[in-house]
Design a protein around this ligand. Structure first.
Ligand code: A3P
Length: 296
């Protein structure tokens, strides 16, 4: 039996998984959710909103993630019950209620890439003293993943037209379509926001990891993350990769296409992009993050 989790320094048991979209956050969420002391539902989006009613109106799909929390802890509650308990409440109270509903020594993992867009959202998270995970993927990996996903989501003639347009723009505009360049801007903005925010968080309450390391050295990378959180890794966590665990709607729709952890997504983008097309801002930031992760 692993030792009790040291959540004590927080008094609360919230883990925030911060990343830019398409950085492997669904994979990490599912793997961490395989720990008996971590409850890891799909995207919650809660921190983005001041109160439950606004959240309910603006992110109607996310109610499924609250239902999932109760299923995961083995005390299923109907959606209507959850709505009745939270209606009219500020988001702080909703978190307190959720955390109080968890079994003892269990943490809630809240993975919502949209949190990284706004420093004010990260500031608000301090109220729960969370443990922060910063998951970083090479910008061209995230960009390429996003562009392919958007093409795949369109009915095929439109998907083909989108591919041709993106390809033409890439030739005209220095290797990247306008859409891809906007994603690069987002990658820079979000990762800078996370970096600057985490600079103010004590070392024992945060951990940064690279998506690429998770793919190439999953056991070691997961072991370091768990160790920093005061958790002993458990059997079977990594075997959850690619399983029929993720429901449709929120998170990575291609999650089930993998059979276990595959290293291909670490390199796929290299067949379509050359690193030299990155803007100086993105190149400098990715180098800084890589340097820092080697020094840790
Ligand atoms: P690609 O589209 O480049 O393949 P997110 O969950 O943050 O949206 O990230 C999605 C990325 O994680 C996708 O990248 C996806 O393939 C990758 N991913 C998901 N499960 C994986 C697995 N088992 N092994 C390797 N990569 C995985």
């Amino acid at each position: 039996m692993p030792p009790a989790v040291e959540w004590s320094h927080s008094g609360s048991r919230l883990i925030l998984l911060l990343s830019s979209p398409r950085s492997g956050s669904t994979l990490l969420r599912v793997v961490l959710g395989g720990h008996s002391r971590v409850v890891a539902p799909a995207e919650l989006f809660l921190l983005l909103f001041p109160d439950f009613d606004t959240w309910r109106r603006e992110r109607p799909l996310a109610i499924r993630s609250l239902v999932e929390i109760f299923e995961l802890i083995g005390i299923p509650r109907p959606r209507a019950d959850i709505e009745a308990a939270c209606r009219g409440k500020p988001i702080e109270e909703v978190y307190h209620w959720l955390l109080a509903s968890l079994p003892a020594d269990t943490a809630l993992l809240d993975k919502t890439p949209a949190y990284a867009t706004d420093p004010a959202v990260l500031e608000r998270s301090r109220a729960w003293d969370p443990f922060y995970i910063w998951l970083v993927r090479h910008p061209l990996g995230s960009i390429d993943s996003f562009i392919r996903l958007k093409q795949q989501e369109l009915f095929w003639p439109f998907g083909l037209a989108r591919r041709l347009k993106d390809g033409l723009q890439a030739r005209l505009f220095g290797g990247m379509s306008r859409r891809a360049r906007r994603r690069e801007d987002l990658w820079v903005r979000q990762n800078r926001t996370i970096r600057d925010f985490l600079a103010t968080v004590p070392p024992e309450r945060k951990h940064a990891l690279r998506f690429e390391d998770l793919l190439y050295n999953p056991a070691e990378t997961l072991g370091m993350l768990c160790g920093q959180m005061g958790l002993v890794p458990e059997e079977g966590m990594l075997e959850r990769a690619g399983r029929q665990i993720v429901r449709g709607g929120l998170g990575d729709p291609n999650f089930h296409r993998h059979d276990g952890i595959s290293t291909a997504p670490a390199l796929n983008w290299r067949t379509r992009y050359d690193e030299s097309i990155l803007s100086a801002r993105a190149r400098d930031l990715v180098r800084e993050i890589w340097r820092r992760s080697r020094a840790d």
